[in-house]
Design a protein around this ligand. Sequence first.
Ligand code: C2E
Ligand code: MG
Ligand code: MG
Ligand code: MG
Length: 284
Amino acid sequence: QRNAQSNNMRFELARVEQRERSGPDDLPQALKEVLDNNALEMRYQPKVDLRSKSVKSVEALVRWPTDHHQSVPTNILIDTAEQFGLIEQLTMQVVNKVFQEAAQWRSKGLQVIVWVNLSARLLGMEQLPKVLARALSVWNLPASTVGLEVTESAFIHDIDHTTALLFDLKRLGFKLSIDDFGTGYSSLAYLRRFPIDELKVDKVFVQGMMDSTQDKQIVQSIISLAHNFGLAVVAEGVEQEANLNALRLMGCDEIQGYYFAHPMPAVELLSWCEKFHRDFHDKL
Ligand code: C2E
Ligand code: MG
Ligand code: MG
Ligand code: MG
């Protein structure tokens, strides 16, 4: 019995020590376990439409499980999944959670479009349109209520394949957005080539524009460019009212950032949106 007790103590000590370290020693293995336990969590951040002063959509952002003894930042989580061949499994898990939660909030009367981030690497996945279509039918969700955010880096490899894939996704009814626009290898050619609906200005420029004339000119150029091509523009990373007002004057369509809301669990969305329409509507 004494042996069992000291074993327990040793086990406890090891756990405390592990908790005090910065992240899992073997991150790929820890991620594999999290994925196998279907334990990833989703948060949702509203995109506020300035013209209608309403929330028409939200972006889904993945999180390492909160009850896990350690935490891992999302960008590291995604990098690890990409490097260790786990990105397909991660995306399937994300998509199923998001569609399930979106179906739930729609059944409660919340009609917002949900945007999912797709890793550039995933665009090489042959089955992607089929898999997404199947997930839609499992959760009984119309494709028109789902958007896909992809970064420019997705476009630098095999342009013909990417074009075909994006058209497949568009044909299925998904909305498409180019995330972090301006930070990658921007090629204006794909603005006329790809069936996209929206450009997202990266927060580097959005936050930089308050101090830097150059960043401000970049933001203004992206907004004009998008509008000339009939696309909507979203600014991410808006934290201050002054930033919001500057973007509004520049004609930006939608705003996302801590100024309005941090990413939140699905269960908080409905009441947040109700409160937003009460409190923010007059201030905007
Ligand atoms: P992203 O898609 O460009 O998302 C914007 C990031 O900025 C998010 O970080 C968000 O939480 C953060 N953010 C939002 N508002 C503000 C603000 O006002 N100020 C600041 N400083 N930050 C703000 P997060 O959630 O850590 O995600 C990082 C990146 O990881 C995302 O960048 C996206 O590329 C990727 N990612 C997130 N979720 C997923 C996912 O489910 N699948 C894939 N493949 N990638 C994901
Ligand atoms: Mg995004
Ligand atoms: Mg972004
Ligand atoms: Mg970004």
